[in-house]
Design a binder for this molecule. Structure first.
Ligand code: GLV
Length: 310
């Protein structure tokens, strides 16, 4: 029986992943769920948001690799197999995320949305540029992705602050931690970038009360998960001007339904959850390494703790 790796994703290319994994794992059969010949041979699953009931088909599973950085959609389900779960931890993925965050922060810091609106009205609308050091950028969440983005922003000269649940130290970034410092942190963020993992503790963290602590007219960027934020409260804050502008890559419900009021808001830029994606060229090696580690009886790297949620 040839051991099999099954791939599942509705957004990633099977052919791209297979082309890079196959030479690194020549002893495996790599296929899509519909191509599995013997479910007992499936030892590995590489998947992004597989449907409910996916794993029970494979009784001999040994490793589940989440095809992405955030594991919330996996660890919150009730049909997880009792095998190690790993996630992708890839500097290129962090760089892709940092480039999106940098784009969004610069767009807000340089008042580009105001010029886009003025251009539609053929209006010469001079706003004197602000210096980056006068713009306070708050990064909510200093994990792998948040830390990388914070460093890029500080290289641009922004006044970067970071908040995390436990203490962190980063050069050129003012770090604070803990729930008791959150409201003050929000109050000092001219541009807030949400980069937290979604866990039981962070779900709904940015509710109406918390959003009210942001400086009036601030900019809001969410590249993490929609459910970290009360989307209705966010929409109201954008309508009232409490939040001046937003760049949103993630939403409560994805795809964002066509009737959602956020689509029509002049002060919102919407992108369809692609700030950062899993990159085969840089991540295939670590997936292959983990499979080989497991086969040698060694502990896998980048393992997720389902109880902790990340
Ligand atoms: C994308 O959202 C990811 O978590 O990889």
């Amino acid at each position: 029986m040839i051991p099999t790796l099954v791939f599942y994703s509705q957004v990633d290319s099977f052919d791209d992943w297979k082309a890079l994994l196959a030479p690194r794992l020549p002893e495996l059969r790599i296929c899509l769920p519909e191509e599995v010949e013997d479910p007992d041979s499936v030892h590995y699953v590489l998947a992004w948001k597989p449907p409910q009931g996916f794993f029970v088909q494979y009784p001999n599973l040994k490793l589940l690799v989440n095809l992405g950085a955030g594991v919330d959609s996996l660890v919150n389900r009730d049909d997880l197999p009792a095998v190690p779960i790993t996630r992708i931890s890839d500097p290129d993925m962090s760089r892709m995320m940092a480039s999106y965050v940098l784009f969004a922060v610069l767009r807000h810091a340089r008042d580009i949305p105001a010029f886009e609106r003025a251009q539609r009205e053929r209006r010469w609308h001079y706003l004197h540029p602000r210096l980056p050091e006068s713009v306070r950028v708050g990064i909510l969440g200093l994990g792998e992705l948040g830390t990388f983005a914070a460093k890029e922003l500080s290289r641009q000269g922004f006044d970067v602050r970071g908040w995390s649940r436990s203490p962190r130290q980063l050069e050129n970034v003012t770090c604070v931690y803990g729930m008791e410092s959150l409201n003050e942190f929000l109050a000092s963020s001219d541009i807030l970038v949400v980069m937290l993992p979604l866990t039981a503790q962070t779900r709904g963290l940015l509710n109406a009360d918390r959003l009210a602590h942001l400086p009036r007219g601030c900019s809001f960027i969410n590249v993490a998960r929609g459910a970290l934020v009360d989307q209705q409260a966010l929409t109201s804050a954008l309508a009232s001007g409490q939040i001046g502008e937003a760049t949103l890559d993630v939403f409560d419900r994805e795809p964002l339904p066509p009737e959602d009021p956020l689509w029509a808001m002049e002060n919102v830029l919407i992108t369809p959850h692609l700030a950062s994606v899993a990159i085969p060229a840089s991540a295939a090696q670590q997936i292959a390494d983990n499979i080989q580690r497991l086969d040698r009886g060694e502990p896998v790297l980048h393992q997720v703790d389902p109880a902790r949620g990340y």
